[in-house]
Design a protein around this ligand. Structure first.
Ligand SMILES: [Zn+2]
Length: 449
């Protein structure tokens, strides 16, 4: 007996052959895709539930490889300031005031916003630790919404950049171990714990080395902000070389490292290092624009054989969690960067948002494509709306014409989370009202906003 059949859908599979399968019934059992068959009335036998998806397009859910979920309460704070003033205004002051209730509601609302734009897995680079147990609030919120989550527990323990949010290394490492033991790979692969040196200048070298060792012991991964104007400037001042070269010189780069941004100083020698170490890249085009950090050379990275995924970055530098916007921006910016429309294709960008993103977070065996045996993390697109008709090619329509209103339904781990654009288990209006109130509470003592 199957749990659910999605009847008569068109499947944009993102499998190795980039197949689009038309008029198929997709069967789900125990959270996984267990069969894909030609549509037929006979297929309704042996199914607890069926859902008609005629004329709709089923995609593997998007994988957001980099955000800071607490910034959901900080949209627009520090806008249009230079990056160092933005750090101080938008982040440090507020991070040091975060309480449990801020972290819970920001994660809850951010997860719901993500799902409405078709995202089913989110990587939260989490660095608000003024008091204990704030990461637990994020996991609780993600779990209550039903999104698949990776929380990368970050450590800031040195430097002049973030004086108000520096914490004691020993205490922080102990909390990493606690979180790994409590949450990593828990709950049917819905929760994962990673570790995150914040940048090469805000995390001490000694702590970074301990983080790498700990990640290997727990068979997990590491993510870091890298190769931005600020990380390069500070790395050159501290270590006399850019941050990727420095990490390489210290044996800190490996195939379980995800580098976020990589907009600047990415010449051939740096690409060679990233390729040699099989470092994964999280591309965050909206944030890179917002903070004036440049356009990452994604087309060259792909030519070089690197694995690249997409991310929104935090809503203090984007200012949302809309992966559909990120998908279109990725395509457009590469065309502008190289002054060539053929610099990157819609098909390639959609792969970055799905199966390549899954590789970036080390979960390509369980998510990222619609294939038998994989988790049923599925976004359903209705492309019969004013902004998408006339629809000639579903992939080009999703990448260049669609917006989040085209996401009609979202299934995560085999369960409907969003149905006909309504959350089945969340009161959206109550959560919006609470988030507005707690966001105002968080910034009430801020001098500049
Ligand atoms: Zn970031």
């Amino acid at each position: 007996m199957f749990d659910l059949v999605l009847k008569n859908g068109n499947l944009i599979t993102m499998n190795n052959n980039d197949e689009i399968l038309y008029n198929k019934d997709l069967f789900i059992k125990d959270g996984k895709i267990v069969a894909i068959k030609e549509t037929s009335n006979k297929n309704k036998l042996d199914c607890k539930k069926k859902y008609d998806v005629t004329h709709k397009y089923l995609l593997p859910g998007f994988i957001n490889t980099h955000t800071h979920i607490f910034q959901t309460l900080l949209r627009g704070i520090g806008a249009d300031l230079n990056v160092w003033d933005w750090f101080e205004t938008a982040l440090d002051e507020n991070v040091s005031n975060l309480k449990k209730e801020h972290c819970f509601i920001s994660a809850k609302l951010g997860a719901m916003e993500s799902i409405k734009s078709g995202t089913t897995t989110i990587l939260d680079f989490n660095y608000p630790h003024p008091t204990g147990f704030l990461v637990d609030e994020c996991f609780d919120a993600f779990s209550s919404v039903g999104i698949r989550s990776i929380v990368a527990r970050a450590i800031i323990d040195q430097g002049k950049a973030h004086p108000k949010i520096i914490n004691d290394s020993e205490k922080e490492i102990n909390d990493c171990i606690r979180l790994l033991e409590k949450y990593h790979q828990n709950d049917n692969d819905m929760q994962h714990v990673w570790l995150a040196p914040y940048t090469i200048f805000s995390t001490s070298l000694q702590t970074y080395k301990r983080i790498v060792k700990l990640a290997n012991e727990f068979d997990t991964s590491v993510t870091i902000h890298a190769s931005t104007p600020s990380t390069i400037e500070e790395s050159k001042a501290l270590y006399g070389m850019n941050d990727i070269e420095f990490q390489y010189s210290q044996n800190l780069l490996a195939n379980n490292v995800l580098a976020a941004h990589c907009t600047t100083d990415i010449d051939k020698s740096v690409l060679d290092i990233l390729k040699k170490c099989d470092v994964k890249i999280s591309h965050n085009p909206a944030s890179n624009c917002y903070l004036g950090e440049g356009i990452a050379p994604i087309a060259e990275m792909l030519d070089h054989g690197l694995t690249v995924g997409l991310g929104t970055d935090g809503p203090a530098s984007n200012n949302n969690h809309d992966m559909i916007f990120i998908i279109k921006l990725t395509a457009l910016l590469q065309k502008v960067k190289y002054l060539k429309p053929e610099a990157i294709s819609a098909e390639t960008v959609l792969r970055l948002a799905t199966i390549e993103g899954a590789k970036c977070v080390g979960l390509e065996k369980i998510i990222g494509s619609l294939e038998i045996g994989k988790k049923a993390d599925i976004s359903i697109f209705d492309l019969s709306s004013l902004n998408t008709v006339t629809m000639h090619d579903p992939i080009k329509s999703i990448v260049y014409s669609s917006n989040q209103n085209n996401v009609s339904d979202v299934i995560i781990n085999g369960k409907f989370i969003l149905k006909r654009r309504e959350f089945l288990e969340q009161n959206e209006n109550d959560i919006i009202a609470t988030a507005q109130s707690l966001g105002e509470d968080l910034v009430k003592n801020l001098e500049v906003s």
